[in-house]
Design a protein around this ligand. Sequence first.
Ligand SMILES: *[C@@H]1O[C@H](CO)[C@@H](O)[C@H](O)[C@H]1NC(C)=O
Ligand SMILES: *[C@@H]1O[C@H](CO)[C@@H](O)[C@H](O)[C@H]1NC(C)=O
Ligand SMILES: *[C@@H]1O[C@H](CO)[C@@H](O)[C@H](O)[C@H]1NC(C)=O
Length: 364
Amino acid sequence: MSCIMKATIIFFLLAQVSWAGPFQQRGLFDFMLEDEASGMGPDDHDSDVPELPPMGPVCPFRCQCHFRVVQCSDLGLNKVPTDLPPDTTLLDLQNNKITEIKDGDFKNLNNLHALILVNNKISKISPGAFAPLVKLERLYLSKNHLKELPEKMPKTLKELRVHENEITKVRKSVFNGLNQMIVVELGTNPLKSSGIENGAFQGMKRLSYIRIADTNITAIPQGLPSTLTELHLDGNKISKVDASSLKGLNNLAKLGLSFNSISVVENGSLANTPHLRELHLNNNKLVKVPGGLPEHKYIQVVYLHNNNISTVGTNDFCPPGFNTKKASYSGVSLFSNPVQYWEIQPSTFRCIYVPSAVQLGNYK
Ligand SMILES: *[C@@H]1O[C@H](CO)[C@@H](O)[C@H](O)[C@H]1NC(C)=O
Ligand SMILES: *[C@@H]1O[C@H](CO)[C@@H](O)[C@H](O)[C@H]1NC(C)=O
Ligand SMILES: *[C@@H]1O[C@H](CO)[C@@H](O)[C@H](O)[C@H]1NC(C)=O
């Protein structure tokens, strides 16, 4: 009899306990004993620690297992449960008190696609801990106490979330060979620009989304991969947008830089991101509208509210003539700037056909 069938039968018997009244205890143990007699004897075990009956791992105590999803969240666990079913595809261990991930914690889990360790107390991950996870695609480690990113992450990884930890360093080597990676989330960590190694993200050949919001970085990270479509750097201490740091970002569609201290956007920044659609620069220290908007073909959303812009020129947003190649703006915000809306010439927005797309008023 296969392990799955046995587990199914046990599950069925247990289900009968709760749904159909009195527990047929004798029958259940008869079944187990029968199995013991016909199968593994004591010689097959290499220690004399009491073990579960020899029927392969079932669902760990107090966890819930359905359709190869193992749910062990909110159980106060201080370590990863042993005997996880080897066919598990999703393991949810969030909201526990796990402090350390050790080698062997995930042994046999070679079918695991997603591992959720959010909101524990993890400060240490042994370098070999993820080695058995040859199919892992999603690793969620947010809200822990990690000081560095884990080493030797599975090459199959597509999404890494390490929001709200204590990470101060991002080394290039941790991302080596992670050629399937699409999403990296590193927000709310005590990172400084000097902590991010130059080109740290460059080796990831499919990387599409990076979020490093609410940290202490003072510049856009250098050497970003050209595959990026979204870069979210809001809530940092960036004071200037260097055109060079955006060089080659031909696929970038969304750039989030709100809530920084940016006073200068270098000319050429927009030319380096020819497919940009959304630019969030609200809550900064800009004194003028960034250059290059009239020539830009695809930009649709430009948030500039809560800055220090005191004048807006008639050619700041729209090309001089009638230019059909330019996509229309769908959202431009200029409120909460020293410039008063009556000081802006209506023709400034001549290439915007939806009046509600422009927000000018100083709502206070
Ligand atoms: C940024 O640095 C300040 C002190 O300079 C610190 O108080 C703050 O917690 C840091 N931010 C993060 C996200 O670590
Ligand atoms: C940026 O471009 C604008 C208009 O194209 C020009 O007036 C300005 O001098 C340039 N700034 C720098 C620093 O090159
Ligand atoms: C706003 O810009 C003016 C110069 O145009 C400068 O004197 C002032 O200090 C700036 N205010 C802030 C809050 O940065």
